[in-house]
Write a protein that binds this ligand. Sequence first.
Ligand code: PXP
Length: 239
Amino acid sequence: MIKLGINIDHVATLRNARGEMHPDPYLAAKLVNKYGADSITIHLREDRRHIRDADVVKICKDKKLTVNLEMAANFKMLNIALRNKPEFVCLVPEKRKEVTTEGGLNLIKNKSKLMKIIHILNKEKIRTSLFIDPTINNIKISKELNSNCIELHTGKLAGLVKQKKIFINELNKIKKCAKYAFKTGLEVHAGHGMDYKTAKILNSIKEIKEFNIGHFIVGESFFYGIKTVIKKFKKILNN
Ligand code: PXP
């Protein structure tokens, strides 16, 4: 079974737009779990633009949920993860002014810090993942860093598909990296910018075991309802 992680950050974006309590990301987490999400992704950004500390506490406390906490690779965030004990942590780069996570981690620049953070998370039995651009060098370093998983950034591919541009080179890059990573023993995930079309395209890469999808699912659910949207993704991914 290919796993579907659902990112509910944008439920929090909507809530924050009014500065009130509705819609509640915790209720969204419970709902996507009920309708078949294999994990719930929440990205606690340093600027707290969507998910907030109180959401992390509430969502991680519910042990019926499998939580994937996305966070910047620093010790302040690490302490939050250690306090809340999500099942998974995905380390991502963060730039204050970006609209979303625009690229993968710079593993070379952050190597020693990442090594320390991964070591601590591994010791706590929290599954670790590194969000990276699809290059063989990134996979080699991820392996050296002892991460359990890598998540390949699919944003570029998704952009090309949406603009109806040629995407075969980018797809081949992702395929090559997924196969290489799988061979080295890393669990391979993928995500960013995905919709039904990119899910169908990427599903041809059998080494990818988990997809993390957020914005499209939240938006599409407005039209068709979350239950229908999750069902459709699960059908595509397990075809
Ligand atoms: N995976 C990672 C590591 C991300 O940072 C994000 C965006 O927060 C996603 C997946 C989901 O991307 P999208 O919301 O575009 O589906």
